[in-house]
Each structure stands twice: as structure tokens, then as C-alpha cells.
Design a protein around this ligand. Structure first.
Ligand SMILES: [Zn+2]
Length: 232
């Protein structure tokens, strides 16, 4: 197997690998990814808060209904003509009235607590929206900076890709396919030279029989780093 052409391909591909890395390591791009994440989690949080607020509001409605019923009960107790009642009946009525008043106080406390809850939720909601908006704004800024960098690098990438396309035609399809599959997995360099009796990349030592096989086939996949070790 002649490895000359695939090695020539790889040396040009190294330029593409560097350019791609330059873009993926771009600080503005990384900042954009981060801000995107922030915007997404703020969105999630705000819809959670909306749901929470809805629940509290429903609870408040229920509570108000209960309070109305309790207030009416109290009014009915008062409206009864007390002159017609015996002392026992009157005492019973007064005890009942106390009970209603106690219930009303408890309900009122609960309502206040719910109102506090809803205010806290709304405050948190406003904070979340602020975080979301500022993430969106910052994103635009960093995105513009990244786009500028991209506009510089993209023509270089296009040129290298054209060169690679030409070279690809000179390479044996089988090894090209293996190469491209590994390259797609972000393995680079794909082909590494045998160094003594170790993989030229990860330094894994090869057995004598593996080296014999390598010398025969010219290439062998490294069991450790999965690169293609070649011998020449
Ligand atoms: Zn290796």
C-alpha cells in the first residue's frame, strides 16, 4: 500500500484542523455558547415561575371563597334575634361566633402568607427576565465579533477544502474512508508513524506480532488511541 498520497492529504488537512480549532477556540464564540445557555435556563426558570405564580393565585382564589363563606356564616349568627334564645342557646351561639372569628383570623394569615409568596415569585421573575435580556444583548455583541473572525477564516477554510478535494482523488478509497471516519470523530492526526516499537502518538507499546503485522500491511490501528500507525 502506498501511503504517500494519504500522507500528503493529511499534511494539508492539518491546516484545516488548525483553522477549525482556531474558530472553535474563539473566545467570542465560547462566550456566545455560554450566553445561549444562560438565556435558555432563564427561559426555563421564568416559565417555572409563571407556573408557580398560577398555582399560588389559584390557591388565593380558593382561600377567598372560603373566607366569603365564613364571613357569611358569621353574619348569619349575628342576625339571629337573640331575645328569643335561651341562655344555653345564646352561649352556644357566642362560642360558635368565636370559632368563626378564629377561623377568619387563620384564613387571613394564610392569605397574607400567599400574598408574600406571590410577591417573592414576581420579584424573582423580574430578575430572571433581566438576566435573560442582558444575555440576549451580550450575545449580539459577541456574535458580531465572532462573525467578523469567521468572515476572515472562512475563505481560508474554503481554499484548503478545495485543495483537499483534489488530493482526495489521488488516495485509495478504502484508506480515505477510514481516514475521514476518524477525522469526523475529531481524531487528528489520523496517521502516525511507528516510533521504535510504540505508537507515534500515545506511546503504547506494540507486541512483536503486531509489529510484524504492521510491517506486512504497512498500517495498523492503535488499540489505545485508535489512530492508524504506519510503517515506512
Ligand atoms: Zn496510539
Amino acid at each position: 500500500m502506498d501511503l504517500k498520497n494519504i500522507l500528503a492529504y493529511q499534511s494539508v488537512d492539518a491546516k484545516l484542523f488548525d483553522l477549525e480549532n482556531e474558530l472553535s477556540q474563539d473566545q467570542n464564540k465560547q462566550k456566545c455558547n455560554m450566553l445561549n445557555q444562560t438565556a435558555k435556563s432563564s427561559q426555563q426558570k421564568s416559565s417555572q415561575l409563571e407556573e408557580q405564580a398560577g398555582q399560588v393565585l389559584r390557591e388565593m382564589d380558593e382561600l377567598k371563597k372560603t373566607m366569603d363563606v365564613t364571613i357569611k356564616k358569621g353574619e348569619q349568627l349575628v342576625s339571629t334575634q337573640i331575645e328569643t334564645l335561651s341562655v344555653d342557646q345564646l352561649n352556644e351561639k357566642l362560642a360558635l361566633k368565636d370559632k368563626v372569628n378564629q377561623n377568619l383570623t387563620l384564613l387571613d394569615k394564610r392569605l397574607t402568607k400567599l400574598a408574600e409568596n406571590i410577591n417573592a415569585i414576581l420579584a424573582e421573575f423580574n430578575r430572571t427576565i433581566k438576566v435573560y435580556n442582558s444575555a440576549k444583548q451580550d450575545y449580539q455583541k459577541f456574535r458580531a465579533a465572532y462573525d467578523k473572525h469567521l468572515a476572515e477564516v472562512q475563505p481560508k477554510i474554503d481554499d484548503v477544502k478545495k485543495e483537499l478535494e483534489k488530493l482526495q482523488k489521488t488516495v485509495e478509497p478504502k484508506i480515505m474512508q477510514t481516514y475521514l471516519a476518524k477525522r469526523a470523530d475529531k481524531i487528528f492526526p489520523v496517521l502516525v508513524k511507528l516510533d521504535g516499537n510504540t505508537c507515534g502518538r500515545c506511546r503504547m507499546e506494540l507486541s512483536a506480532s503486531a509489529i510484524n503485522k504492521l510491517k506486512e500491511d504497512k498500517i495498523l490501528q492503535c488499540e489505545h488511541c485508535h489512530r492508524i500507525i504506519y510503517f515506512d
